[in-house]
Design a binder for this molecule. Structure first.
Ligand SMILES: [Mg+2]
Length: 120
């Protein structure tokens, strides 16, 4: 059982995971070309996972429209799995960019709150 973690701890967990399984951490300092290359590779990987997610949504939507069926348990589980794959790549990308996700998320949602006030 994995213990609950903050986003900051999850980011560090991913750093350790990447170091362990890929030998070298993606965001090693100093080599800008390598960093850009990792950003490109991880962006493509994220897009691929989002595409897998979208493909399942397409099937769920098509089956609902044509057959009136609800999403199966298996499909719902697969959706969750693909979304987590996306989340992992988002964490990796944020680590490459040396972001504090928690802090930047809260800053951005504060801005969005101001932006969407007019719709209330
Ligand atoms: Mg996947």
């Amino acid at each position: 059982m994995v213990k609950e973690m903050t986003l900051k701890e999850l980011q560090q967990f991913q750093v350790n995971f990447d170091k362990k399984y890929f030998g070298k951490y993606w965001a090693d300092k100093g080599d800008i070309d390598q960093k850009i290359s990792f950003l490109k590779d991880m962006t493509i990987a994220l897009t691929g996972e989002l595409g897998e997610f979208a493909n399942i949504i397409k099937k769920v939507s098509r089956d609902r429209k044509n057959l009136g069926s609800k999403p199966s348990k298996e499909r719902t589980e697969k959706l969750k799995e693909e979304l987590i794959d996306c989340f992992i790549y988002l964490i990796i990308l944020s680590n490459i960019l040396e972001m504090d996700i928690e802090k930047e998320y809260l800053q951005k949602t504060k801005l969005n709150e101001k932006r969407f006030q007019k719709y209330l």
